[in-house]
Structure formats: structure tokens, C-alpha cells
Ligand binder design. Structure first.
Ligand code: PLP
Length: 370
């Protein structure tokens, strides 16, 4: 038995999900095999159409990962050597590595207390070489897109949303994936909508950019196989798309369950003074989808051990801030909020298959600690 089975409350629910959807997933697999539809076939197209309908965006381009989605977005905008792209250090490393591999220079700014890019610090970071901004919608909550778009417009900068953690999140009734000129999503198994391996997609409302992205993911070939430029092999497998189309049917249901769990955590932990919680799901400008539930407290490591000893699996993804890792980053700068968050944050179990009883157990073990 592997280690994950030994937790009373595991961090992810992938095994339960597979058990529940097994028949449909296997049928999708059989269908792909029987029709020998492996590369850029109808399941990919079906997935792309489903994404455009859900998000209300004009074009969706399925690719092999969120990382390539970001990289292709930068390439399609001709961003490279000599350019600067502003993003945050409090993100998964792929946001920054995509900028590095494009040839541009990443400029890292600090976050606000919602864990997303500080708009004030973004403003201060803009210089003559700045070409683009990559706001990262962390933990299922959108950045302050109204303000970020205003800054971008004022300085004539492109916005690329890193929406890898926030499929389905909204601001002012508009879904993530509609704000930037090109936007990147991940379908990795840890994301809210996911396949069974690596995957991602790109959204845009610009038809010329959509055409360019479609050929860049497929060796620079147009849909009629004309070779127009050197491209990449960044296609999403048709098999992954077929499996995704099964999960897609449950997407709203899964999102509602995540929001219900967030509300449950909030209502029973918000009077714990030592804790800072994410904002609860509520009726305001932001529709949050809780890809994770990060709580903050000063004695985080002790709380983590306590939960671990009681069979609760939690995560501290951000233990070492990326800008403090000398193997990848040599500039010295202080990003105080990023640094304190990485010391204090602990992500509680959060997935659609978490039961109310498991949730209440986590809550009671935390309350007992304080
Ligand atoms: C997961 C993630 C990515 C990368 O996605 P992959 O599909 O794993 O390549 C990029 N940015 C953020 C914020 C992520 O969470």
C-alpha cells in the first residue's frame, strides 16, 4: 500500500474520482482505440468547443501542458530577447521558466494578501523594456483584473493570464481566460479540470493569434498541413481530450462542491484568531473556485505535524520562494509578502470528493491544536 492510502484525509481525491467515473472513462478509452483516433482528432475539437462555450471566449487551443501554453503565448506575441515581462515570485516555477525560455527577462513583484499580484507594485515595476504582464490567478481566485487591465492599457502592455489554477473563476461575471490577449490554462491532474497526465489549453479572442497558436502547437503547419514557420510539438493527445470530456460533464458540480467545502471550513474556523483564512465564497465581484485552500498561521510547521500525526495530509508548496533559490535566481530583492506567505501557508485537503465528515474532522483537529 502506498503512503497516500494511509491518510484518513488525503490531500487529493483522484482515486475516488477514478472509481466513480471508471465506466465512462473506460468507454472513452475504448472508443479512441477502436477508431484509432490519436492525434488532433475529434475529441480534441470537441474539448476546444466545450471550453469556448463555457468560458464565453472565441478560441481555445488545446496543448500538451500549461507550461507550453504560457511559452507559446509569449512566442505568439513575439516577446523575447531584450523584453521584460512582469509577473510574481509566488507562483509555480513554470510561469517564470516560460519567460526565461522565451528569451525575455522576468521581473518579479510581490503579492497582496489575497496571494495575487499587487497592482501598486506592478505599476512601479514598469520600465522602458516592459512588454507584457503575466498575472497569476492563484488558488482559484482571479487577480484584480479591472485594475491590471487599466495599467496595461495606460502603458500599452500585453496581458497574458496564467489561469492554470483558476479554470472557472470569474470577476464581474467574466471568466478567467477572457481578460488577457492570450491566456494559459493547465489540465494537470492537480488542477480543477484535469486529464490523466499532462495537458493544457490557450484561450484568445483574436483570430489571427488563434491561427498562429494552432500552427505553432503542430510544427508550424496550418490546418491544411501547409508548413508556414518552425513550430513545436505541443499537441494535446486525443486520448487525454476524450478523458477530459468525461470530467468536463462534472465540472460545475465539482466546482460547487469545492465552494461548499470552502464555506464549511470558513464557517467553523473563522473564529480561530491565530488563523488567516481565504475569503469565503460569496456574492460579490469575485467567483472563486478554490483549487486549494491555503490557511496562514505563524506556527505553521507545528500545525502541519499535528495534522500529519492525525492522518491529515496537507501541503506547504511554497516552502522556498523562487526568488530565494540561488540555483535559479541570482538577483537579490525583498518580496516581504511572498516570503512571509511561504513561511506561514498550509493548504488543507480540498477536492470534490472530500466528505463533510472528513472536512469536520480536519476542522476539529485544527481547533484542538489551538
Ligand atoms: C500548474 C501550473 C502551471 C503549469 O502547468 P503544467 O500543466 O503543469 O505545465 C503554470 N502556472 C501555474 C500557476 C500552475 O499552477
Amino acid at each position: 500500500m502506498d503512503k497516500h492510502n494511509s491518510f484518513l484525509v488525503p490531500y487529493v481525491g483522484l482515486k475516488q474520482e477514478f472509481e466513480k467515473r471508471k465506466n465512462e472513462l473506460l468507454a472513452a478509452f475504448v472508443n479512441v482505440g477502436e477508431s484509432a483516433s490519436y492525434i488532433l482528432r475529434e475529441d480534441v475539437k470537441h474539448f476546444e468547443v466545450a471550453v469556448t462555450k463555457l468560458l464565453g471566449v472565441r478560441h481555445a487551443i488545446a496543448v500538451n501542458s500549461g507550461t507550453d501554453a504560457l511559452f507559446l503565448a509569449l512566442k505568439a506575441l513575439n516577446i523575447g530577447r531584450g523584453d521584460e515581462v512582469i509577473t510574481v515570485a509566488h507562483t509555480f516555477v513554470a510561469t517564470i521558466s516560460a519567460i526565461v525560455h522565451s528569451g525575455a527577462k522576468p521581473i518579479l513583484v510581490d503579492i497582496a494578501d489575497d496571494f495575487n499580484m499587487s497592482v501598486e507594485l506592478l505599476r512601479q515595476a514598469i520600465g522602458p523594456s516592459t512588454k507584457a504582464i503575466i498575472p497569476v490567478h492563484m488558488n482559484g481566485r482571479c487577480c484584480d483584473m479591472r485594475s491590471i487591465l487599466a495599467v496595461a492599457e495606460e502603458h500599452d502592455l500585453s496581458v497574458i493570464e496564467d489561469a492554470a489554477q483558476s479554470m472557472g473563476a470569474q470577476v464581474d461575471g467574466v471568466y478567467a481566460g477572457n481578460f488577457g490577449v492570450i491566456n494559459a490554462f493547465s489540465l494537470h491532474p492537480m488542477k480543477n479540470l484535469h486529464c490523466y497526465g499532462d495537458g493544457g489549453f490557450i484561450t484568445t479572442n483574436d483570430s489571427n493569434l488563434a491561427d498562429r497558436l494552432l500552427r505553432m502547437r503542430n510544427h508550424g503547419q496550418s490546418e491544411s498541413r501547409e508548413l508556414l514557420e518552425f513550430g513545436f510539438n505541443s499537441r494535446l493527445d486525443n486520448l487525454q481530450a476524450a478523458l477530459l470530456n468525461v470530467n468536463f460533464k462534472y465540472f460545475h458540480e465539482d466546482t460547487e462542491r469545492r465552494r461548499a467545502i470552502a464555506l464549511r471550513y470558513h464557517s467553523r474556523l473563522s473564529n480561530c484568531e491565530a488563523l488567516k483564512l481565504p475569503r469565503p465564497p460569496q456574492n460579490d465581484a469575485y467567483f472563486d473556485v478554490f483549487s486549494s485552500y491555503p490557511i496562514r498561521c505563524v506556527n505553521r510547521d507545528k500545525l502541519r505535524s499535528h495534522l500529519f500525526n492525525k492522518g491529515i495530509e496537507c501541503f506547504t508548496h511554497w516552502d522556498k520562494p523562487l526568488h530565494k533559490n540561488s540555483k535559479i535566481w541570482s538577483e537579490k530583492h525583498a518580496l516581504p509578502m511572498t516570503e512571509s506567505v511561504s513561511r506561514e501557508v498550509l493548504s488543507l485537503p480540498m477536492h470534490p470528493f472530500l466528505s463533510d465528515e472528513q472536512c469536520d474532522y480536519v476542522i476539529s483537529v485544527i481547533r484542538e491544536f489551538f
